[in-house]
Design a protein around this ligand. Structure first.
Ligand SMILES: NC(=O)c1ccc[n+]([C@@H]2O[C@H](COP(=O)([O-])OP(=O)(O)OC[C@H]3O[C@@H](n4cnc5c(N)ncnc54)[C@H](OP(=O)(O)O)[C@@H]3O)[C@@H](O)[C@H]2O)c1
Length: 221
């Protein structure tokens, strides 16, 4: 991973069947060890109350945990504050001024509350880069994932498939927002490869042009 903002290695994941949580969890634990940052949206914190920590022999290495949270919905009692290691919560001035008491509560819980002009992928990545971060795992959920894909600010995508068939017309998809109307215009991944991890299948692909997009997004914002 290089040293310029655009070389941050943002792995994106897609966990597709509905044993997705277990398969995604196995995958995420392996991926967290390979990145400087594990990033989620406030929706994931509210739904899952995750620790976002590394496990096993990687547990001791520093892992910055990041939550994107404009409305400051992250509960000060969230489990991620109970674990050793930094937690950065990005919000904007509207969120911070709406509820200063909440900011204080989150800070008392151990969060570093950082107010950005906008909680956009480009602003977040720029701020992280200034901290020395060079690789970010965008772990989810689907709203935040769609936001990074829409901004074009990712350079690796992974889809995790568990060997289980679970139907459901309303099963959640990996990206919450439709990106294009015309499938011909959908962003493509390149150099697709498939690998096994235990019982799970992992599809991974790269996207070219991330560095250029990040530089121009930061310049415009
Ligand atoms: N299977 C998997 O692989 C996987 C992985 C992770 C999560 N999940 C699941 O995903 C679900 C949660 O997903 P979700 O889509 O509801 O929540 P999410 O993507 O984790 O968080 C969405 C929230 O993030 C905040 N946010 C701040 N900046 C944002 C930005 N630039 N773009 C988008 N959002 C931004 C928004 O709230 P504000 O407007 O208040 O900022 C938004 O409502 C849970 O059920 C969880 O279990 C699944």
């Amino acid at each position: 991973v290089g040293d310029e903002p655009g070389r941050q290695d943002r792995r994106r994941r897609r966990a597709q069947s509905l044993d997705q949580r277990a398969a995604a969890r196995r995958w995420a634990l392996a991926e967290r060890a390979a990145h400087d940052v594990t990033l989620v949206g406030s929706g994931t914190v509210l739904a899952d109350d995750p620790l976002l920590t590394r496990r096993g022999r990687d547990a001791e290495r520093p892992n910055l945990r990041v939550v994107l949270d404009r409305r400051l919905r992250t509960p000060p009692g969230a489990r991620l504050f109970g674990e050793a290691g930094e937690v950065v919560l990005y919000t904007d001035s509207a969120g911070a001024s709406r509820d200063p008491a909440r900011v204080s509560e989150l800070q008392a819980a151990g969060a570093q509350v950082v107010i950005l002009p906008a909680v956009s992928p480009s602003m977040v990545l720029s701020e992280l880069h200034a901290r020395g971060v060079r690789s970010v795992l965008v772990e989810g959920g689907a709203t935040v994932a769609a936001s990074f894909v829409h901004a074009g600010l990712y350079d690796r995508v992974a889809a995790v498939c568990a060997p289980k068939l679970l139907g459901g017309a309303s099963a959640p998809g990996p990206l919450a927002t439709a990106l294009v109307e015309d499938p011909n215009e959908a962003p493509r991944v390149e150099r697709l490869r498939v690998r096994r991890a235990g019982e799970d299948l992992i599809l991974e692909g790269l996207r070219s042009g991330c560095s250029a997009d990040l530089f121009s997004a930061v310049a415009e914002s």
